[in-house]
Design a binder for this molecule. Structure first.
Ligand code: ADP
Length: 469
């Protein structure tokens, strides 16, 4: 009863133009995925029919079937290439699929009917079973296009009923005859096929609805994300300009350029300058992140020496290292190795690795920067003897706004953006970044870049020299 009710209450949504493209493409995909099974079953049925029944009608029906299959395949190709924009193409495809459905279902129906007509005794198991198999195939792959499904099922239902009535008309049997039993069984099988087809259809509808919801959700998220990015970018730009002048003024005051600073103001002005710098760094990071997410980060590529790059980074962080009492050693190959990249961005990468190594080291510790060739690329590593990074923290190390120790009692400040930006910059250069670490022993971050031709010669026997910053 429940099944019968579900047939009547099934909501049959005619393919509306909005999702016609999706439905047609799903129809083609399903039809293609079952093509070999379908062709195989039709072929086996045709061979059997040619052997046991009239070969001429079998060949004619089989030809009609093959024609519709090839038509479907050809239409499938067009449907796949259709971008969904021109509705006229959609309508043409629907019309063509309808014609091909009529051809194939009429061919199948005629095929089984001619077999049934030739059977005069012993029921019609073979044609009925073939029709049943064809109906199940229809239920499986016609579900995206309800009009095609209904059209095909109606033609099959007519064939089912024709075969059912055939012997009743021929023999006018008594109600107790098995001919009537066969007829009632056919009616039951018909009901089963319709119910199964509607179930396939309902599942497809459900899937389509979910896809639609996911798409809408995705659109909303994208829109919100764009607004957020726009907001972040505007705020960052707006903050940067006044901050630059505040910082410049504070520097002038702190340098004594504008006159002697009273002792009681020195401390407060120093803190203001330091925090101004932190704020500027954060804004720079946000702007970089924004640019990378928008795909607007342009690299100005040039060929440069790795030793030079490293020396520049070590020099620019020397003041910070000195303040923390950290000894920085640089080990460079005697032969300059050449890489290609955006100079200021690669300096930014090195500065970030250096400042992290210094920041997470204990006072009086040491940091070692090493450049070494590795096959056709060069590795630059920054090794510290600091607190180390616990295992399984990789996601947090390279994540956005994430820090391994994000507790309130962490000793060092930061935004958790540096390594995320660094990783993206390294990868934009075709390089890679990684680290090895042992808690309480230290951490080595390294980046690797491809060497460019002229710098890669004579690098295997390079001697190493040590520089101390
Ligand atoms: P932050 O602004 O916090 O330094 P980063 O993205 O540069 O952000 O680093 C992310 C996190 O990775 C840091 O908060 C820290 O927990 C960890 N980390 C980075 N470098 C080191 C290092 N040399 N030693 C120990 N931990 C490090």
């Amino acid at each position: 009863m429940k099944g019968i009710k579900s047939i009547w209450t099934a909501k049959l949504e005619w393919p509306n133009p909005a999702d016609r493209e999706q439905r047609i493409k799903d129809y083609v995909e399903l039809a293609n995925s079952l093509a070999w099974q379908r062709m195989g079953s039709f072929f086996a049925a045709a061979v059997l029919a040619m052997f046991y029944f009239d070969p001429a009608t079998t060949i004619a029906c089989y030809a009609g079937l093959l024609f519709s299959e090839f038509l479907d395949m050809w239409l499938g190709k067009h449907a796949k290439a259709w971008d969904g924009k021109d509705p006229a193409v959609g309508r043409r495809l629907m019309r063509s699929f309808t014609i091909s459905t009529v051809i194939s279902s009429v061919a199948i129906s005629l095929f089984v009917i001619t077999i049934a007509v030739q059977q005069t005794t012993g029921g019609h198991f073979t044609p009925l079973f073939l029709l049943f198999a064809a109906s199940l195939f229809a239920a499986m792959y016609n579900s995206p296009l309800i009009n095609i499904l209904l059209l095909r099922l109606s033609i099959y239902a007519a064939a089912f009923l024709f075969i059912g009535f055939l012997d009743i008309v021929r023999f006018r049997p008594d109600l107790s005859s098995t001919i009537w039993l066969e007829f009632f069984t056919i009616v039951f099988v018909l009901y089963f096929i319709i119910d199964t087809s509607l179930n396939f259809y309902r599942h497809y509808q459900e899937r389509l609805k979910q896809i639609k919801q996911i798409k809408e959700e995705n659109e909303r998220t994208k829109a919100a994300y764009e607004i957020k990015s726009q907001f972040l970018s505007t705020v960052s730009h707006e903050l940067r300009t006044p901050l630059t002048s505040i910082k410049a003024s504070l520097d002038l005051v702190n340098n004594g350029t504008l006159g002697e600073v009273p002792d009681n103001l020195k401390g407060a002005l120093f803190i203001a300058a330091k925090n101004g710098q932190r704020l500027a760094n954060l804004i720079d990071d946000l702007l970089d992140l924004q640019k990378m997410e928008a795909g607007e980060l342009d690299l100005v590529l040039e060929t440069m020496g790795v030793n030079e790059l490293v020396k520049e980074a070590v020099e620019s962080t020397a003041g910070y290292a000195g303040k923390l009492g950290i000894h920085v050693t640089t080990i460079l190959p005697a032969q300059e190795l050449m890489i290609q990249g955006d100079h200021s961005r690669l300096v930014q990468v090195m500065n970030n690795l250096m400042s992290n190594a210094l920041k997470f080291s204990d006072e009086g510790g040491s940091v070692q920067v090493r450049v070494e060739p590795k096959g056709d690329h060069v590795r630059i590593s920054v090794e510290d003897e600091g607190m180390g990074i616990p295992e399984n923290a990789r996601d947090r190390v390279f994540g956005k706004f994430s820090q391994v120790d994000s507790s309130d009692i962490r000793k060092v400040g930061g935004t958790g953006l540096g390594l995320n930006i660094t990783k993206q910059l390294v990868e934009r250069h075709g390089g890679r970044i990684d680290y090895e670490s042992q808690q309480g022993v230290g951490t080595t971050f390294y980046v690797e870049f491809d060497l460019v031709e002229d710098g890669s010669s004579d690098r295997t026997d390079s001697t190493q020299m040590a520089l101390t910053a």
